[in-house]
Design a protein around this ligand. Structure first.
Ligand code: AMP
Ligand code: MG
Length: 510
């Protein structure tokens, strides 16, 4: 699938070579057999303009932020200039979308420029999302638009600041071109950084074609790159499946604990690295309700908040199916091995989720009845339309011995008596802890964010950006980049949306 004729080549404009940022590319995916990708150059855009650069991330990647801020930096990020050492490719993958198998998806609008080794020795992909058509574009235009690019930038950075594994945003650039969606939109690209772009769907692409050799090559690749310990295991592929299962379980538990709803947990959006990937119609919940859905296309709530753990398991089952040929020569034995690896999911999820819930309510060790106590609170929050983030944050501030300090948290419940009843049991439990109360509060404040990128704020930042104003984005980015540090002047960012600000649905924005 080399340089297909329908893909344009990037023009190399005359730029002063001294001003071109240097990327120390060290590419590994492009060394895999040609069936894993298509070599394709980004399609140049008319007017590249750097909108935002993530300077700390650039430095972490060994890049020079000053050089990236030059026009040559924007030209590289827009795909107009191919830096030395880059080997642009569109990765092949398949995927189950809403449980329907699609045998060929692939990077239809994203191009992997190359890989860098960051300051911690981690190999990271530099990926241009919105770089033009590829052989996987099908009917699509290969482009991305400002709103969804901004959403992905913001939510990825917020997720990272919350300490949850995620792809990152290195830069956001404008293309100077119009893109046709439901209406005319502003063209943009996201420069995405990931510890790896191999997805469950990448394995499915080869497994469904009966290409066990390629499945093995891919498994060996991810073991070497992301799971080196598995190479030492007696059964490396079984160990790999176990590790991926555990990481995914822990990732989803962490989403649940901050009220995050991914929105499109299709297998092509599940990264083997265990990073959150492909921020589409995703959102953090305001009012807690377990069945909350934001995606406009998720009509039956398949990817609702409370469905995420079981969907995660379903997705991993698809991965396990792909790996069967590597798990043993005898089919029954391979299935048993796969099942045993998948069995790690429940334990890994529960340990992380219930451990996280306990900390969220300030329990510093685990006792019988703690899980029920936490679930009881969630049940009351849902029944009383309490704000997810603010309830846990406000709970972090109350005094274990003084119910008079409960005013703020009580007020979040439609019927505050529902909280009072729960708080009686909670205080009884807190009384069994020997640590000073300030320690319990500090522990809670370190896991219960004061700020999340609330959906209405994200929407306001998008609306303003569409009118040329990036100031709301910058303010929101600053606030969510330090989510656990409360500042009185940022109080407005803790507020849930007013009735006229509620965003009920978010769109894929493809
Ligand atoms: P996503 O919804 O972004 O996860 O994308 C699902 C699939 O559709 C992937 O194969 C994408 O590459 C492809 N896709 C999404 N939007 C476009 C577009 N505008 N042009 C070409 N392919 C696209
Ligand atoms: Mg995707």
């Amino acid at each position: 699938m080399n340089n297909p004729s329908d893909c344009q080549t990037a023009d190399q404009p005359a730029v002063d070579p001294a001003s071109v940022p240097v990327f120390a590319f060290d590419n590994s995916y492009a060394r895999l057999p040609e069936q894993f990708y298509a070599r394709v150059l980004p399609t140049p855009v008319s007017e590249p303009g750097l909108l935002r650069l993530n300077r700390p991330l650039a430095e972490q990647l060994g890049l020079d932020p000053a050089a990236l801020s030059n026009p040559a930096g924007a030209a590289i990020f827009a795909g107009n200039l191919i830096p030395e050492g880059a080997e642009p490719i569109a990765m092949a993958y398949a995927g189950h979308q809403y449980a329907q198998f699609v045998p060929s998806l692939g990077d239809g609008r994203a191009i992997l420029l190359g890989e860098l080794i960051d300051r911690d020795g981690v190999r990271r992909d530099i990926h241009l999302k919105g770089a033009g058509r590829t052989p996987f574009s099908r009917m699509g235009d290969g482009r991305a638009v400002l709103g969804p690019v901004l959403r992905e930038y913001l939510l990825g950075e917020a997720m990272a600041a919350l300490g949850i594994p995620t792809t990152r945003a290195l830069a956001m650039v404008a293309t100077g071109e119009e893109v046709y969606r439901e209406r005319i939109e502003i063209g943009a690209l996201l420069v995405r950084v990931a510890a790896g772009h191999v997805r469950v769907g990448t394995f499915e692409y080869f497994a469904r074609r009966g290409n066990s050799e390629a499945v093995k090559t891919l498994a060996d690749y991810v073991i070497q790159r992301q799971y080196p310990d598995c190479a030492e295991a007696e059964q490396p592929y079984q160990a790999l499946l176990e590790q991926v299962v555990k990481r995914q379980a822990e990732l989803i538990a962490q989403w649940m604990l901050v009220g995050f709803i991914h929105g499109v947990m299709n297998t092509d959006n599940v990264a083997i690295s265990g990073e959150t990937i492909d921020y589409g119609p995703c959102a953090f919940m305001d009012t807690f309700h377990p069945q909350t859905v934001y995606s406009s296309i998720d009509r039956y709530g398949r990817y609702a908040w409370d469905q995420q753990p079981s969907i995660g398991y379903w997705n991993l089952t698809q991965l396990a199916n792909c790996l069967l040929p590597l798990l043993g020569d005898d089919a029954d034995g391979a299935k048993q091995t796969a099942r045993a690896a998948l069995d790690h999911y429940g334990k890994a999820f529960e340990t992380r989720y219930y451990g996280g819930l306990r900390t969220k309510i300030g329990l510093l060790d685990a006792r019988t009845g703690d899980d029920e106590l936490a679930l009881d609170l969630l049940g009351r929050m849902a029944a009383q339309q309490a704000d997810f983030t603010n309830t846990f944050r406000a709970l972090s501030e109350v005094d274990a011995e003084d119910p008079a300090t409960d005013a703020k948290v009580r007020a979040l419940f439609a019927d505050p008596a529902a909280f009072d009843q729960w708080a009686l049991q909670w205080r009884e439990r807190l009384a069994t802890q020997t640590q000073p109360d300030c320690e319990r509060q500090a522990t809670m404040r370190a896991v219960n964010p004061a700020y999340i990128p609330r959906n209405h704020r994200v929407q306001q930042a998008i609306d303003a950006a569409n009118h040329g104003d990036l100031a709301p984005l910058d303010r929101l980015l600053e606030v969510v980049s330090k989510p656990f540090e409360e500042h009185p002047e940022c109080a407005a960012y803790q507020q849930p949306p007013g009735p006229d600000e509620v965003v009920e649905r978010t769109f894929c924005g493809t």
